[in-house]
Design a protein around this ligand. Sequence first.
Ligand SMILES: Cc1cc2nc3c(=O)[nH]c(=O)nc-3n(C[C@H](O)[C@H](O)[C@H](O)COP(=O)(O)O)c2cc1C
Length: 148
Amino acid sequence: MKTLIVYDTKYGNTKKVAKLIGEGLKTIEDNEVIIEYVEEIDLNKEQIYDLILIGSPNHYGTYTKPIKNFIANLPESSLKGNTYAVFGTYMYKNYQRVIKGMEKQINEVMPNMVKTSPGLSIRVATNKGPIKDEEFPKCREFGIKLSK
Ligand SMILES: Cc1cc2nc3c(=O)[nH]c(=O)nc-3n(C[C@H](O)[C@H](O)[C@H](O)COP(=O)(O)O)c2cc1C
């Protein structure tokens, strides 16, 4: 299985979550995982993935503009994915709005892409993190679940 994990981040926590999910996915030997910062992704490069994971920090109860733009540009891009799932980091509230918002937009622009799992929300201790201790195992487990 070939997976692309796209993330946005301000303080590095969502990037860390992306890496931990990637580690979970790679527990199956043949799985290939590519992790990309949303601002650096090349949408003109032809790539086909079995799974695309998209992750964003919660900013004022929603996901970030770069992630919005990335999803909006997906249909016209050379990047193709058969299935998707989303993840987010948050500090205290409205974490479901981030997950639901991303899923809604993806469903609108790419109605044929199948959601392969409910989204994952990971809590951080302060705006800058770190990820709360009890949240760490959830990231890897999410990846392991998706790898099967
Ligand atoms: C501008 C801004 C707005 C935020 N708004 C919220 C919010 O509405 N709800 C919440 O739970 N966390 C909020 N946070 C905390 C972020 O969720 C937290 O900084 C983020 O998850 C850390 O991820 P990152 O290190 O990948 O940037 C906000 C943070 C920033 C910087």
